[in-house]
Design a protein around this ligand. Structure first.
Ligand code: FES
Length: 157
């Protein structure tokens, strides 16, 4: 059963006071909980947030399943999200994905055997002028080539 840490609970409660309606705290709360649940949202997490926020699980689920920044399956220690929208697409995002999946011997949305990496696609991450780009956990990496993307991942411990 997932429980928020004391610090996580405090953060969620603070978010609940910041907005006019508690619904507005769903996104930041999911974000806090995802960090505390090894990078993904399980139904246990939804249940816990439902209790803390005092909202039905269905309301939280609606938000959770809409945004690609929330993961519906377990992810690697380093979760790589490659933007697939227009600028990134025409500048080689698919080549990045193909190269990284091949080198890491992993399929999209799965975790490498050592638990270190997972790769998924994301919608536009707002860095279109420096396409193609990807996020590794919370960090942006831009102007990538298949080789530079893979070198970056190799440098991660
Ligand atoms: S198209 Fe990739 S960041 Fe916008």
């Amino acid at each position: 059963m997932f429980e928020l840490s004391a610090e996580g609970l405090q953060k969620v409660k603070k978010e609940m006071t910041r907005y006019e309606t508690v619904e507005s705290a769903i996104i930041p709360s999911l974000y806090i909980a995802q960090k505390e649940n090894n990078g993904w949202i399980s139904q246990d997490v939804i249940r816990t947030l439902s209790k803390v926020l005092g909202l039905p699980e269905s309301r939280i689920n609606e938000v959770f399943t809409f945004y690609t920044m929330f993961n519906q399956k377990s992810v690697g220690k380093y979760h790589v999200q490659v933007c697939q929208t227009l600028s990134c697409h025409v500048n080689g995002a698919q080549d990045l994905v193909n190269h990284m999946c091949k080198e890491l011997k992993v399929k999209m949305n799965e975790v490498t055997a050592d638990g270190k990496f997972s790769i998924s696609r994301a919608e536009c991450l707002g860095s279109c002028g420096t396409a193609p780009m990807m996020m590794v956990n919370d960090e942006y990496h831009e102007n990538l080539t298949p080789e530079s993307a893979m070198n970056l991942l190799r440098s991660l411990k």
